[in-house]
Design a protein around this ligand. Sequence first.
Ligand code: ADP
Length: 248
Amino acid sequence: MPTPPSPAVDSPDAASSSPASSLVTFDNVARTYEMGSEIVTALTDINITIPDGQFVALVGPSGSGKSTFLHLLSAMDRPTEGTISVGDWDLGSLTRSEQARFRRSMIGIIFQQFHLVPTMTARENVALPLILAGVAPADRSGRAADALEVVGLGDRLDHRPSELSGGEQQRVAVARALVTDPPLLLADEPTGNLDSDTGEQIIDLLEHVHREQGRTVLVVTHHFQEVEHVTERVLRLRDGRIIADESC
Ligand code: ADP
């Protein structure tokens, strides 16, 4: 992992309660948008700590702030108030290139729409983040194959997305998110494009990765029922606020 460019800001509460184990801290975070003379509040008063290794579900209706939360946590956006830290990274202070470095080293993201490159094989898709991370060509292919093995696609290395089912495509996307060995895995409505049985298999795969590899997982979903049997915690968002933070 590269040396972070700047230490996390002091967060006395987080520091005193769980110094070694907290991976993510939101401290008084807000994100507002100016729309002409109006201020739109997408998120406000967000104070949470996610310990390293926890499986968390973030649920809420449309417009509750889920995407804004994910954009902030993946350093695609900055808070207008407060501080966010992930490991030793203070996300509010990063330059563009540091944001990219943060994303490459600290997080893997799985999207509802898979976002695979259609002309590339499964193995080439999974190897893409390794190119960005500067991994030597000789190592990429084997690491991509290993990640595809973990998600049960060791026999589909040379298939293109159009030659795979929806569930298999999402498995490739999970392998791509894992291949750089990030501590934090973010899944944005990962079952939204799948039938319910296939969706359940993807949730079970995320749980497997969480349990076997000790990875911290945050799943954003409209449907709490689909993650209820695996998640350790649920954060409920409404109108930009966390209205419930419950252990499961
Ligand atoms: P969700 O992902 O839960 O549907 P969002 O995070 O997309 O919710 O949006 C939360 C609120 O912030 C919504 O009211 C939305 O209209 C507003 N919002 C999000 N992005 C912007 C933006 N770029 N400009 C103005 N308002 C925005």
